[in-house]
Ligand binder design. Structure first.
Ligand SMILES: [Zn+2]
Length: 327
């Protein structure tokens, strides 16, 4: 038998991404299954276990091929026992994910938050390129984050470390966030928040903008905003400036406290690439301590949807390194 494999699992509200990954972090095979949220998500561990067995059969292999499983869950995770405190999308509350999945698979399991494993994935095989001090921010429907200091994920005292999306970015008259606060970074830098800012701009003036067409047809998206900005649309550029300002201010303050080597921008919004990155870097430099600004690189994530499974595999590997059976 050749080299053994790690299993990376990234649990989302609609699909579960899974992969067999080599010890050096290369994806051997990746696939997806639907997330079974019936009965408050209680069948999820069994469906993961079944899917792993089926995939092994396709390779004519047994579980001996696998070392351990690393899982990302969409909610805060208790480091002590690998339970998920709450995952609203799945119906989980104090869900004993690690214990149940270990029982279902007979393999060692390690669990962390999905944004954290995405950060680890980018650190290991993506845009982080091995940086041991890294901030990863995921700009999607919401804003997720992962902070890595000296190669370790920052979990904080009760698992809420790295919640970059809920830094207060608009201290006065901020929009409501789903966490219950007002003016969180998520309300101005997520895809949803960017659309909201664009709608506000469109309502507050009669200025011509190609975004009006999308607003009327109720199809306005963050991508439209960045595409229009790139084409020189003045109103769209004002929206992008606002996003860059809030994101640059929040990330610089975070960086001033952490002095990271790399800041990785991921998620759907990061596809805007330089249209976002160029103004973001300008704002960041304004607010960052000079020594912090000199030593950091702000880059776009490179692993896309695979960041989670690769980060999960890294955690699985780390867990097993601490055990004598693993070489
Ligand atoms: Zn919030």
């Amino acid at each position: 038998m050749g080299e053994k494999w790690l299993v990376g699992v990234d649990i989302g509200g609609t699909t579960i991404k899974m992969a067999f990954i080599s010890l050096s972090g290369d994806i051997i095979c990746s696939w997806e299954i639907d997330t079974d949220i019936s009965n408050k998500g209680k069948h999820i561990p069994a469906s993961i276990a079944k899917s792993i067995e089926e995939k092994l059969k396709e390779f004519n292999l047994t579980k001996n091929q696998l070392v351990a499983i690393g899982v990302g869950a969409p909610g805060p995770v208790n480091e002590e026992d690998g339970s998920v405190e709450v995952a609203v999308n799945l119906g989980w509350e104090r869900f004993q994910l690690q214990t149940i999945l270990e029982r279902e698979t007979s393999l060692p399991v390690v669990v962390d938050n999905d944004a954290n494993i995405a950060a680890i994935g980018e650190m290991w095989k993506g845009a982080g390129k091995g940086a041991k001090n890294l901030i990863c921010v995921t700009l999607g429907t919401g804003v997720g984050g992962g902070i890595i200091v000296n190669g370790e994920v920052v979990h904080g005292v009760n698992g809420a470390g790295g919640e970059i999306g809920h830094m207060t970015s608009v201290p006065k008259n901020g929009a409501p966030c789903k966490c219950g606060k007002l003016g969180c970074l998520e309300t101005v830098a997520s895809a949803t928040g960017i659309v909201r800012l664009a709608k506000e701009e469109l309502v507050s003036s009669n200025e011509s903008s190609c975004l009006r067409h999308y607003k009327i047809h109720q199809t306005l998206s963050a991508k439209h905003v960045f595409d229009a900005a790139k084409e020189g649309d003045v109103l769209a550029n004002r929206v992008v400036e606002q996003v860059a300002f809030h994101l640059g201010l929040s990330l610089s303050n975070l960086a001033n406290g952490l002095n990271p080597e790399t800041i990785v921008i991921g998620g759907g919004v990061s596809k805007a690439d330089d249209t976002l990155l160029r103004p973001l870097k300008e704002e960041f430099v304004k607010f960052a301590f000079p020594r912090v600004a000199q030593s950091v690189e702000i880059v776009t994530a490179t692993l896309g949807n695979n960041a989670g499974v690769i980060g999960g595999a890294w955690l699985a590997k780390e867990k097993m390194i601490n055990k004598p059976v693993f070489q």
